[in-house]
Design a protein around this ligand. Structure first.
Ligand SMILES: Nc1ncnc2c1ncn2[C@@H]1O[C@H](COP(=O)(O)OP(=O)(O)OP(=O)(O)O)[C@@H](O)[C@H]1O
Ligand SMILES: Nc1ncnc2c1ncn2[C@@H]1O[C@H](COP(=O)(O)OP(=O)(O)OP(=O)(O)O)[C@@H](O)[C@H]1O
Ligand SMILES: [Mg+2]
Ligand SMILES: [Mg+2]
Lengths: 225, 225
């Protein structure tokens, strides 16, 4: 379902080159539950952005569901993102002037769903992450962990086949974090592919496979026992 | 040094009232090392913003170094913030068009330090958090954990007597998190007051006192054994 071959991502800053991805090969199949771990700055978010069709490598190939991403037009890439992928960003990327409800409705607007059904689904998604009483708050009227949960609800609301979470529990207390992990486990049990970046070993050990990255390379790739 | 008496912070949203702080009494002395813990949305960042003179309560009194904060002018409050407090924000609050170096220099510009000394201190602060090779990157050219470390360096660069950290290790792997905690411990050993909000019990147990908040109230306040 996701195939990365010999991928490089280089940033050129004056005389320096930053090798954010430095030769990555990776194959993730449908229904997997993968945790990506590694030090700060090691390339995890960069890798996630490639998987989410949000960035383009300097070299190497990327296939999603058999399509060579480099051969797709921008419109075709946007369509794959909207139909197949739900993304929880490390920095949330919520729209500041929209309420929690309006933020979570956005992916359903792209899918052409009509307003009454959209609002019902968005409210359900917000209730599932414990924010039923915060639906009309804008991001600045929410705590850090509440903003993170709005970002999670938005990633889940279209029930996408692939869910990408970049540090999805980083701002949550352990009880809220457990509730979010239970949501991901339930989705994986019904067939969604889950890929999470995490700095928390407790979270990583709840996945089925752990991929460890260092300096832009995969140094470990194992099943969770 | 920090005294909070019967503090309330209410937000009015249509017919609803959110009691972000719901009767808080708190006394923190010089040289303490305090961790503030509690569920997402319980009032921790709101409390921290009061301590940092960044917000005004709905009711109750706040004294910093003996001054009644409500009797200070905006200029006097700004002066207290610049001279006494270093703040690591939950959302980092870096200036997007400035480099890491320029972001860390900002508090030194306010203090009137001249350019050569300012740059030297800012570079030292960035090196101390492992970012010596990222000084000319802007926030969008940094990973999430690197942005967090720039925010930490900026809070430390004036060596302020009070350091407030809102989830300062939330985006860091455990090794980087340990290095940051060692910085805070060293500062506390030389006399700085450290107040950290954290969701990580390992981090909280490294403080000397743990304050637990729930629904805008302090429900526990104990020394760490
Ligand atoms: N401007 C606002 N208007 C309305 N409600 C607000 C506003 N700012 C904060 N709140 C509410 O006040 C409560 C406390 O927020 P606060 O940011 O202090 O929580 P927190 O303990 O820091 O949470 P987290 O661990 O998720 O960061 C939350 O329930 C939040 O929704
Ligand atoms: N636009 C850019 N220009 C230059 N360097 C960049 C840019 N974006 C990222 N980098 C660098 O690429 C490296 C990898 O970044 P990435 O965001 O993938 O790290 P990460 O593993 O997600 O880290 P964290 O755990 O801190 O979030 C970092 O060292 C970062 O400084
Ligand atoms: Mg990252
Ligand atoms: Mg907070």
């Amino acid at each position: 379902m996701i195939q990365i071959e010999n991928m490089y991502k280089k940033y050129i800053m004056g005389d320096n080159v930053v090798n954010a991805l430095n030769g990555v090969d990776l194959h993730i199949r449908e229904h997997e539950f993968v945790a990506i771990v590694g030090p700060s700055g090691s390339g995890k978010s960069t890798l996630m952005n490639m998987i989410g069709c949000l960035d383009v490598p300097t070299a190497g190939r990327f296939f999603i569901d058999g399509y060579d991403a480099s051969k797709l037009s921008d419109d075709q890439q946007a369509e794959i993102r909207n139909k197949k992928i739900g993304f929880v960003f490390q920095g949330f990327n919520l729209i500041q002037k929209l309420t929690a409800l309006e933020n979570v409705e956005m992916p359903l607007i792209y899918s052409g769903m009509r307003a009454a059904e959209r609002q019902k689904r968005a409210v359900n998604a917000l209730e599932s992450v414990g924010l039923g009483d915060r639906v009309h708050h804008t991001p600045t009227e929410l705590s850090g962990g509440q903003q993170q949960r709005v970002a999670i609800a938005r990633a889940l609301v279209t029930d996408p086949p692939i869910i990408l979470g970049d540090e999805p529990t980083g701002n949550l207390d352990s009880k809220s974090g457990k509730e979010i992990m239970q949501i991901f486990k339930n989705l994986n049990a019904k067939g969604n592919t889950i890929i999470l970046i995490t700095h928390d070993d407790h979270i990583a050990e709840q996945a089925k496979r752990i991929i460890r990255i260092m300096d832009g390379k995969i140094i470990e790739d194992r099943e969770v026992s």
